[in-house]
Design a protein around this ligand. Structure first.
Ligand SMILES: [Zn+2]
Length: 87
């Protein structure tokens, strides 16, 4: 199923969509991945922010952190995790 990750760069407000095809058996863990897993880290979020624009950031350009990027994760048409509406 298609998973859409919308990533917002906090400093600019710019939002980019990144798409992934995820097997049915892994869909349940999508929310966890972005809430508590590796997907909650700025390093991975910035990578996806880049991929969504056809940019491949290097390791030096993707430091860890938890303040620079916010995401909304949509599985099919169902929002499973949303930090963008909080503001
Ligand atoms: Zn990290």
């Amino acid at each position: 199923m298609r998973v859409t990750i919308r990533i917002r760069e906090v400093s600019t407000g710019k939002e980019v969509d990144y798409y992934q095809e995820v097997e049915q058996e892994y869909l349940d863990s999508e929310r966890f991945y972005y809430e508590d897993g590796n997907g909650c880290c700025d390093c991975n979020r910035k990578l996806m922010f880049g991929y969504g624009q056809g940019i491949n950031f290097s390791d030096e350009e993707t430091p860890c952190g938890s303040t620079k990027y916010e995401v909304r994760v949509t599985v099919g048409d169902r929002v499973v995790f949303d930090e963008l509406e909080v503001k």
